[in-house]
Design a protein around this ligand. Structure first.
Ligand SMILES: [Zn+2]
Length: 273
Protein backbone atom coordinates (compact mmCIF):
# COMPACT_ATOMS: atom_id res chain seq x y z
CA UNK A 1 0.00 0.00 0.00
CA UNK A 2 -0.48 2.28 -1.75
CA UNK A 3 1.77 1.79 -4.88
CA UNK A 4 -0.36 4.17 -6.94
CA UNK A 5 -0.04 4.71 -10.68
CA UNK A 6 -1.09 7.68 -12.76
CA UNK A 7 -1.64 7.32 -16.50
CA UNK A 8 -1.64 10.72 -18.18
CA UNK A 9 -3.43 10.54 -21.52
CA UNK A 10 -3.98 13.18 -24.18
CA UNK A 11 -6.52 12.97 -27.00
CA UNK A 12 -4.76 14.97 -29.71
CA UNK A 13 -7.89 15.64 -31.77
CA UNK A 14 -6.87 18.99 -33.28
CA UNK A 15 -9.54 19.95 -35.89
CA UNK A 16 -11.13 16.51 -36.20
CA UNK A 17 -13.24 16.80 -33.04
CA UNK A 18 -15.10 19.83 -34.41
CA UNK A 19 -16.51 17.97 -37.41
CA UNK A 20 -18.71 16.12 -34.92
CA UNK A 21 -20.77 19.28 -34.44
CA UNK A 22 -23.76 20.16 -36.59
CA UNK A 23 -22.11 23.20 -38.13
CA UNK A 24 -18.41 23.88 -38.19
CA UNK A 25 -16.80 27.19 -39.07
CA UNK A 26 -13.32 28.66 -39.26
CA UNK A 27 -13.32 29.82 -35.64
CA UNK A 28 -14.21 26.36 -34.36
CA UNK A 29 -11.50 24.82 -36.52
CA UNK A 30 -9.02 27.40 -35.24
CA UNK A 31 -9.65 26.10 -31.71
CA UNK A 32 -8.55 22.71 -32.94
CA UNK A 33 -5.56 24.23 -34.69
CA UNK A 34 -4.57 25.83 -31.37
CA UNK A 35 -4.07 22.32 -30.02
CA UNK A 36 -1.61 21.52 -32.81
CA UNK A 37 0.18 24.91 -32.86
CA UNK A 38 0.37 25.70 -29.15
CA UNK A 39 -1.25 23.19 -26.79
CA UNK A 40 0.65 20.09 -27.84
CA UNK A 41 4.02 21.78 -27.40
CA UNK A 42 3.10 23.06 -23.91
CA UNK A 43 2.08 19.52 -22.97
CA UNK A 44 5.32 18.06 -24.36
CA UNK A 45 7.40 20.72 -22.59
CA UNK A 46 5.74 19.95 -19.25
CA UNK A 47 6.21 16.19 -19.68
CA UNK A 48 9.87 16.76 -20.60
CA UNK A 49 10.39 19.02 -17.59
CA UNK A 50 9.07 16.37 -15.19
CA UNK A 51 10.40 13.46 -17.28
CA UNK A 52 6.99 11.82 -17.40
CA UNK A 53 5.72 9.34 -19.99
CA UNK A 54 2.23 9.80 -21.44
CA UNK A 55 -0.17 8.14 -23.85
CA UNK A 56 -1.48 10.13 -26.82
CA UNK A 57 -4.62 8.98 -28.64
CA UNK A 58 -4.31 10.55 -32.09
CA UNK A 59 -6.89 10.38 -34.89
CA UNK A 60 -5.61 9.67 -38.40
CA UNK A 61 -7.02 13.07 -39.40
CA UNK A 62 -4.56 14.76 -37.03
CA UNK A 63 -1.66 12.51 -38.10
CA UNK A 64 -2.15 13.50 -41.73
CA UNK A 65 -2.99 17.17 -41.08
CA UNK A 66 -0.32 18.03 -38.51
CA UNK A 67 2.66 15.73 -39.02
CA UNK A 68 5.20 17.91 -37.18
CA UNK A 69 3.68 17.83 -33.68
CA UNK A 70 2.84 14.15 -34.15
CA UNK A 71 6.52 13.50 -34.93
CA UNK A 72 7.42 15.47 -31.80
CA UNK A 73 5.20 13.18 -29.71
CA UNK A 74 6.89 10.14 -31.23
CA UNK A 75 10.39 11.58 -30.86
CA UNK A 76 9.77 12.17 -27.15
CA UNK A 77 9.11 8.43 -26.71
CA UNK A 78 5.46 8.66 -25.70
CA UNK A 79 2.90 5.99 -26.51
CA UNK A 80 0.48 6.58 -29.39
CA UNK A 81 -2.93 4.92 -29.30
CA UNK A 82 -5.74 4.52 -31.83
CA UNK A 83 -8.41 7.22 -31.76
CA UNK A 84 -10.17 6.51 -35.10
CA UNK A 85 -9.32 8.28 -38.36
CA UNK A 86 -12.21 10.70 -38.68
CA UNK A 87 -13.23 11.18 -35.03
CA UNK A 88 -16.81 10.18 -35.85
CA UNK A 89 -18.83 8.60 -33.01
CA UNK A 90 -18.88 4.87 -33.86
CA UNK A 91 -22.51 4.81 -32.74
CA UNK A 92 -23.27 6.86 -35.86
CA UNK A 93 -21.43 4.51 -38.22
CA UNK A 94 -22.51 1.29 -39.87
CA UNK A 95 -20.33 -1.72 -39.09
CA UNK A 96 -18.65 -1.35 -42.49
CA UNK A 97 -18.00 2.37 -41.97
CA UNK A 98 -16.57 1.72 -38.51
CA UNK A 99 -14.33 -1.04 -39.84
CA UNK A 100 -13.08 1.11 -42.74
CA UNK A 101 -12.37 4.02 -40.42
CA UNK A 102 -10.53 1.74 -37.98
CA UNK A 103 -8.39 0.33 -40.80
CA UNK A 104 -7.67 3.76 -42.27
CA UNK A 105 -6.43 4.88 -38.84
CA UNK A 106 -4.30 1.74 -38.48
CA UNK A 107 -2.72 2.53 -41.86
CA UNK A 108 -1.98 6.13 -40.81
CA UNK A 109 -0.41 4.88 -37.57
CA UNK A 110 1.46 2.18 -39.47
CA UNK A 111 3.10 4.80 -41.70
CA UNK A 112 4.52 6.28 -38.48
CA UNK A 113 5.81 2.85 -37.49
CA UNK A 114 3.19 2.56 -34.72
CA UNK A 115 1.25 -0.60 -33.99
CA UNK A 116 -1.14 0.63 -31.31
CA UNK A 117 -1.78 -1.44 -28.20
CA UNK A 118 -4.71 0.68 -27.11
CA UNK A 119 -7.84 2.36 -28.38
CA UNK A 120 -10.02 5.20 -27.16
CA UNK A 121 -13.32 5.82 -28.89
CA UNK A 122 -13.71 9.31 -30.39
CA UNK A 123 -16.93 9.75 -28.39
CA UNK A 124 -15.98 7.74 -25.29
CA UNK A 125 -18.71 5.34 -26.30
CA UNK A 126 -19.01 2.14 -28.30
CA UNK A 127 -21.23 1.03 -31.14
CA UNK A 128 -22.71 -2.48 -30.76
CA UNK A 129 -19.72 -3.69 -32.85
CA UNK A 130 -16.78 -1.76 -31.37
CA UNK A 131 -15.73 -4.31 -28.74
CA UNK A 132 -15.77 -7.16 -31.26
CA UNK A 133 -13.71 -5.09 -33.71
CA UNK A 134 -11.16 -4.33 -30.97
CA UNK A 135 -10.74 -8.06 -30.40
CA UNK A 136 -10.56 -8.76 -34.13
CA UNK A 137 -7.78 -6.20 -34.62
CA UNK A 138 -5.88 -7.47 -31.56
CA UNK A 139 -5.98 -4.46 -29.26
CA UNK A 140 -4.70 -5.14 -25.74
CA UNK A 141 -6.73 -2.44 -24.08
CA UNK A 142 -9.43 0.18 -24.46
CA UNK A 143 -9.92 3.38 -22.46
CA UNK A 144 -13.44 4.65 -23.21
CA UNK A 145 -15.72 2.92 -20.69
CA UNK A 146 -16.55 3.71 -17.08
CA UNK A 147 -17.60 0.62 -15.11
CA UNK A 148 -14.73 0.99 -12.63
CA UNK A 149 -12.50 3.80 -11.50
CA UNK A 150 -9.09 2.70 -10.19
CA UNK A 151 -8.85 -0.88 -11.48
CA UNK A 152 -8.60 -2.22 -15.02
CA UNK A 153 -11.22 -4.80 -15.94
CA UNK A 154 -12.49 -6.84 -18.86
CA UNK A 155 -15.69 -5.34 -20.32
CA UNK A 156 -18.48 -7.65 -21.40
CA UNK A 157 -19.44 -8.40 -24.98
CA UNK A 158 -23.01 -9.37 -25.81
CA UNK A 159 -24.71 -8.11 -22.65
CA UNK A 160 -28.48 -8.01 -23.09
CA UNK A 161 -30.27 -5.34 -21.13
CA UNK A 162 -33.02 -2.81 -21.66
CA UNK A 163 -35.26 -0.53 -19.63
CA UNK A 164 -37.81 -3.33 -19.33
CA UNK A 165 -35.58 -6.38 -18.88
CA UNK A 166 -32.76 -7.04 -16.45
CA UNK A 167 -29.17 -7.57 -17.39
CA UNK A 168 -28.17 -10.90 -18.91
CA UNK A 169 -24.40 -11.06 -19.05
CA UNK A 170 -22.48 -11.78 -22.22
CA UNK A 171 -18.88 -12.97 -22.13
CA UNK A 172 -15.78 -11.13 -20.95
CA UNK A 173 -13.75 -9.42 -23.66
CA UNK A 174 -10.16 -10.48 -24.18
CA UNK A 175 -8.94 -6.90 -23.98
CA UNK A 176 -8.57 -4.85 -20.81
CA UNK A 177 -10.40 -1.67 -19.99
CA UNK A 178 -8.46 1.18 -18.39
CA UNK A 179 -11.54 3.10 -17.30
CA UNK A 180 -11.90 6.83 -17.83
CA UNK A 181 -14.53 9.23 -16.47
CA UNK A 182 -15.78 12.68 -17.36
CA UNK A 183 -14.67 14.08 -14.00
CA UNK A 184 -11.12 13.29 -15.12
CA UNK A 185 -11.66 14.64 -18.64
CA UNK A 186 -10.66 18.27 -19.16
CA UNK A 187 -13.18 18.82 -22.00
CA UNK A 188 -16.47 18.93 -20.02
CA UNK A 189 -14.87 21.06 -17.31
CA UNK A 190 -13.26 23.62 -19.55
CA UNK A 191 -14.42 23.62 -23.15
CA UNK A 192 -16.99 26.37 -23.75
CA UNK A 193 -19.35 25.94 -26.71
CA UNK A 194 -22.34 27.87 -28.10
CA UNK A 195 -24.32 25.05 -29.79
CA UNK A 196 -24.86 22.69 -28.10
CA UNK A 197 -24.30 25.00 -25.18
CA UNK A 198 -21.59 24.02 -22.72
CA UNK A 199 -20.56 26.41 -19.99
CA UNK A 200 -17.11 24.90 -19.88
CA UNK A 201 -15.46 27.78 -18.07
CA UNK A 202 -14.49 26.12 -14.80
CA UNK A 203 -11.91 27.81 -12.66
CA UNK A 204 -8.82 25.59 -12.64
CA UNK A 205 -8.90 25.62 -8.84
CA UNK A 206 -12.25 23.82 -8.87
CA UNK A 207 -11.00 21.11 -11.21
CA UNK A 208 -7.71 20.79 -9.34
CA UNK A 209 -9.72 20.28 -6.14
CA UNK A 210 -11.70 17.41 -7.74
CA UNK A 211 -8.60 15.79 -9.23
CA UNK A 212 -6.52 16.05 -6.06
CA UNK A 213 -9.32 14.70 -3.84
CA UNK A 214 -9.87 11.77 -6.19
CA UNK A 215 -6.16 10.99 -6.22
CA UNK A 216 -5.83 11.37 -2.42
CA UNK A 217 -8.72 8.96 -1.80
CA UNK A 218 -7.29 6.38 -4.16
CA UNK A 219 -3.83 6.76 -2.68
CA UNK A 220 -5.06 6.15 0.86
CA UNK A 221 -7.71 3.47 0.19
CA UNK A 222 -6.73 1.44 -2.87
CA UNK A 223 -3.75 -0.87 -3.10
CA UNK A 224 -2.03 -0.48 -6.49
CA UNK A 225 -4.73 1.84 -7.83
CA UNK A 226 -4.45 3.24 -11.34
CA UNK A 227 -5.78 6.70 -12.14
CA UNK A 228 -6.33 7.56 -15.81
CA UNK A 229 -6.46 11.25 -16.69
CA UNK A 230 -7.90 12.23 -20.08
CA UNK A 231 -6.88 15.59 -21.50
CA UNK A 232 -6.85 17.42 -24.83
CA UNK A 233 -3.95 19.66 -25.93
CA UNK A 234 -6.44 22.26 -27.24
CA UNK A 235 -7.99 22.44 -23.75
CA UNK A 236 -5.28 21.74 -21.19
CA UNK A 237 -2.73 23.72 -23.23
CA UNK A 238 -4.22 27.09 -22.21
CA UNK A 239 -1.91 28.84 -19.77
CA UNK A 240 -4.07 28.66 -16.64
CA UNK A 241 -4.82 24.99 -17.27
CA UNK A 242 -1.30 23.79 -18.02
CA UNK A 243 -0.35 25.50 -14.75
CA UNK A 244 -3.11 23.46 -13.07
CA UNK A 245 -1.79 20.23 -14.57
CA UNK A 246 1.66 21.04 -13.24
CA UNK A 247 0.19 21.61 -9.77
CA UNK A 248 -1.64 18.28 -10.00
CA UNK A 249 1.58 16.47 -10.97
CA UNK A 250 3.43 18.10 -8.09
CA UNK A 251 0.64 17.16 -5.66
CA UNK A 252 0.75 13.49 -6.70
CA UNK A 253 4.52 13.31 -6.62
CA UNK A 254 4.60 14.85 -3.13
CA UNK A 255 2.38 12.01 -1.85
CA UNK A 256 5.20 9.50 -2.45
CA UNK A 257 4.99 5.92 -3.72
CA UNK A 258 3.42 7.11 -6.97
CA UNK A 259 4.62 6.39 -10.48
CA UNK A 260 3.55 7.68 -13.87
CA UNK A 261 3.25 5.00 -16.55
CA UNK A 262 2.27 4.50 -20.16
CA UNK A 263 -1.12 2.84 -20.40
CA UNK A 264 0.29 0.21 -22.73
CA UNK A 265 3.08 -0.64 -20.28
CA UNK A 266 0.56 -1.01 -17.45
CA UNK A 267 -1.53 -3.45 -19.45
CA UNK A 268 1.45 -5.47 -20.69
CA UNK A 269 2.55 -5.90 -17.05
CA UNK A 270 -0.98 -6.75 -15.96
CA UNK A 271 -1.44 -9.32 -18.71
CA UNK A 272 1.86 -10.97 -17.75
CA UNK A 273 1.06 -11.14 -14.02
ZN1 LIG B 1 -11.03 12.78 -29.23
Amino acid sequence: MPNSTICLSFDFDAMSVWFGYKTVGPAMLSRGEYGARVGIYRVLDLLRQYQLPATFFIPGHTIESFPEPVEAVLAAGHEIGHHSWSHIDPGQQTLEEERQDMERALQALGRLGVKPLGYRSPSDDFSPSTATLLEEYGFLYDSSLMADDFRPYHPHIGDQVSAISPLVRGREAYFWELPMCFEFDDWPHFQFNFVPYRNGTSAPGKVLDIWQNEFDWMHSHIDSGILTVCMHPQVIGRAHRIAMLEQFIQHCQAAGDVKFELMGDMIVKLAAS
